[in-house]
Design a binder for this molecule. Structure first.
Ligand SMILES: [Zn+2]
Length: 331
């Protein structure tokens, strides 16, 4: 008989349970066993936390493990399910996409039972875990080539009620930025699928660059704030300190706020995340690698705005994203 995705333990068991989510084997690889933690304290909110959706964003798996350590002491009701790495193959390879099939798990939802390994993972998460939750936190980060603050990102949601609930939940993290991001490449994203199922889906983007202890502390504090807001944990929510400040701002990024490289080369940033720039300000320089006599290309801010994320000294191809601008959210 063909195996179907399943958990190796009963989520209804009260207290702490651990086991695995089994993703069946397919033509391209053997079955996968993803470690799962569950803490069931009866009635209350039902939360699913996932990390490692993209394999080179490791803040999520680390913060997820910290939660596994302190939640048993802190959680007072409801059920929390934690899967620190939903794409272990990508984490092992430290790549955004799954090496076996080259696919991006966050473009593969809701997945396919008879698909490639990435599609089978998405299918297992969609069918087995997602129905067990009302709220989902899927931990991401911008990855090592971006300068960007810790933020909660959500895409615009057509359902106004779900959008309002999602924004409230996002702001409850009290991270430096809450961002409503109009983005072009959304088909197959986990959040889009979860929204279609009526779930509140939160995507913490835990900054860029390297995995620093400061960033991890901010992320962990943000998740604790969110658990307090959900009523799963008691305590008082507090803004984590970021750049000597305890504050947060809610921004939006529109499709037109994406700036792409005019050519290929080494991108040198001339401003930093959260800088306020005016139209015409120099924001970066592109160095050609073909010739040292070809002058560098100056790149200017197209409008007055806030730099949400900027490439931090990376080689970029022509037409590759180099800056995302943002502005205060108008409701
Ligand atoms: Zn990601």
């Amino acid at each position: 008989m063909k195996e179907i995705p399943h958990l190796t333990f009963d989520l209804d068991t009260l207290g702490v349970s651990t086991g695995h989510l089994v993703v069946p084997k397919g033509a391209d690889c053997e079955a996968l066993s993803l470690p799962v933690f569950s803490l069931n304290k009866g009635e209350g909110p039902r939360l699913l936390i996932t990390g490692g959706n993209h394999g080179n964003e490791l803040e999520g798996p680390i913060v997820a493990r910290r939660l596994v350590e302190w939640l048993p002491e802190a959680q007072t009701c409801g059920r929390v399910i934690i899967v620190p790495e939903i794409n272990p193959l990508a984490v092992q390879a430290w790549t955004r996409n799954t090496p076996i099939d080259g696919k991006n798990l966050n473009r593969a939802f809701p997945g396919r039972a008879d698909g490639t390994v990435t599609e089978r993972i998405a299918d297992a998460v969609s069918r087995v875990l997602l129905p067990m939750a009302d709220t989902v936190f899927d931990f991401h980060s911008f990855g090592p080539t971006w300068d960007t603050p810790s933020a909660i990102i959500t895409h615009p949601i057509a359902n106004a009620d779900l959008m309002a609930k999602t924004l409230r939940m996002a702001e409850a993290f009290k991270l430096p930025v809450t961002l409503v991001w109009e983005y072009h490449d959304t088909p197959g994203m986990f959040d889009i699928w979860a929204h279609s199922q009526g779930k509140v889906f939160i995507c913490p983007e835990f900054g860029g660059g390297t995995v620093s202890t400061e960033a991890l502390a901010i992320h962990e504090a943000g998740v604790r704030n969110a658990l307090i807001a959900l009523g799963l944990v008691e305590g008082k929510a507090e803004h984590p300190t970021f750049r000597q400040q305890k504050s947060s701002q809610t921004l939006e990024t529109l499709l037109s706020d994406e700036l792409r490289s005019p050519a290929r080369g080494i991108f040198e940033p001339r401003c930093s995340m959260l800088d306020e720039v005016k139209q015409g300000d120099l924001i970066g320089v592109l160095h050609s690698m073909e010739s040292l006599s070809a002058g560098a290309i100056d790149i200017y801010a197209p409008t007055t705005s806030i730099v949400y994320a900027i490439r931090s000294g990376a080689y970029v191809e022509a037409d590759e994203e180099i800056v995302y601008f943002a502005r205060p959210l108008k409701l």
